[in-house]
Ligand binder design. Structure first.
Ligand SMILES: C[S@@+](CC[C@H](N)C(=O)[O-])C[C@H]1O[C@@H](n2cnc3c(N)ncnc32)[C@H](O)[C@@H]1O
Length: 403
């Protein structure tokens, strides 16, 4: 039987072009190349192989990574350097069964998480080295134990609710999975290891991706530095719900001449963990459902905030900013995924799914965001996106700037 290889041929020829763009450092080329790689696998993979991969290869990889984090296997691999380490030595170091370790390592190597140097000897990869750092390791911890459990419960939850769209932050897939009636954030506060894991992971989950302050993304100098007026306020930017301040550190590092103060705001449980802000920013506890205390800053910046809340809550958050903003001067900056109308990539669609299971909310399209901002009394000036980037920077201002 002859098979139609035209689709595979088309991908192979696109790979050539995308490979050349990647070598030339063209923005978006890396993502394009990876997308073609996934397309190639999808067109070659048999349905039986796809089910095997989804049904047991990937769950086993996730479970093995979680166990490897518990046993500090990625740290041991890193320490072993280029020589690598045998499963036998790893078993001694981790106090675990040698046969079990061998089988875990074999699967992690088959799934490209680690390297198999020779029979039963393993060495690290860029990925496994990253997983020895707390910020990435905590991603495995949080996503496996907190988000993963919620995904496992999603089909049953949807069946039990007759496939209605989950809309309650206190009664959704997360609550069903974790047997709680707290919101995900309130639950995290009461479960400190996961709160810490979440906060650490938040500082790394976009690592290496284009950031809004990178050249070619949002023109910080032109849109914010120019026109800054210290007579209105000495505050340049307020990072509302800014976590531990990683975005402010980056802004300060890339724009050391920022003309005014930077303010970090978050919940007390997060602000109390911020120790090294003093040189770059001032950290204050603030509940963004209450009136914004910093008046007339040049910009109020919300990164991955609105996607955590339903429309009504977003409107409440945005309305708390309005009285603080100086009409015609203060800008609202929303750094979020803006879902394209067609062909959204898996990092975007899966983030939407993550939002669905954790807080019964969603990523928004441009039309949805425009409507939401309008209801809250803002209008979008422009949406800045980076080639094949995940997040966009939405610049907005008060809808009635001269009132
Ligand atoms: C998804 S994280 C985003 C953190 C950071 N902006 C970033 O993009 O990495 C959401 C943040 O909102 C904070 N948050 C949640 N509820 C809040 C509230 N009521 N007031 C202030 N911050 C809140 C959380 O503590 C968390 O740091």
């Amino acid at each position: 039987m002859t098979q139609d290889t035209s689709h595979v041929d088309a991908i192979l020829s696109q790979l050539q072009t995308a490979g050349a763009s990647y070598k030339a450092n063209t923005p978006g080329a890396r993502e394009k190349l990876m997308g073609l790689g996934y397309d190639l696998i999808s067109s070659l993979e048999l349905p039986s192989e796809a089910i095997m991969r989804m049904g047991w290869a990937e769950p086993a990889r996730a479970a093995n990574c979680r166990t490897a984090v518990d046993l500090k296997i990625f740290d041991h691999l890193k320490e072993s350097g280029g020589a690598g380490i045998t499963a036998k030595d790893l078993a001694v170091k981790t106090n675990a069964d040698e046969n079990l370790i061998s089988r875990i390592m074999r699967h992690l190597a088959a799934m490209n998480v680690i390297n198999e140097k020779s029979e039963n000897t393993y060495s690290s990869t860029t990925l496994s080295d990253a997983l020895s750092e707390s910020r990435y390791r905590d991603g495995i911890l949080f996503l496996y134990d907190v988000a993963g459990v919620s995904f496992r419960h999603l089909p049953e939850y949807l069946k039990n609710t007759n496939y209605a769209l989950p809309t309650s932050v206190t009664d959704g897939p997360f609550q069903a999975a974790h047997k709680t009636d707290l919101t995900a954030f309130a639950w995290l506060d009461k479960t400190p290891p996961y709160l810490e894991a979440f906060n650490n992971y938040m500082s790394a989950y976009r690592f290496g991706k284009p950031s809004w302050v990178d050249p070619g993304f949002y023109p910080v100098s032109e849109r914010l530095v120019e026109g800054f007026n210290s007579e209105y306020s000495d505050v340049f930017l307020v990072d509302v719900g800014g976590g531990k301040g990683h975005d402010l550190h980056e802004l300060k590092a890339k724009y050391p001449q920022i003309p005014g103060k930077l303010i970090l705001q978050d919940r007390p449980a997060v602000i109390s963990t911020v120790s090294d802000g003093s040189s770059s920013f001032e950290a204050i506890s603030h509940d963004f459902f209450t009136a914004q205390p910093i008046k007339h800053a040049r910009a109020y910046y919300l990164h991955s905030i609105l996607h955590n809340w339903g429309d009504d809550d977003c409107i409440k958050i945005l309305q708390q900013l309005k009285p603080a903003m100086r009409p015609g001067y203060s800008r609202l900056l929303i750094n979020e995924i803006v879902v394209p109308r067609q062909n959204a990539s898996w990092p975007i669609t899966s983030m939407d799914q993550l939002m669905l299971v954790l807080a019964a909310i969603q990523e928004r399209t441009e039309a949805h965001l425009t409507e939401l901002l309008k209801k809250a009394g803002f209008k979008i000036i422009k949406i800045y996106s980076y080639e094949s980037g995940q997040e966009s920077l939405v610049e907005a201002e008060l809808d009635e700037p001269h009132l």
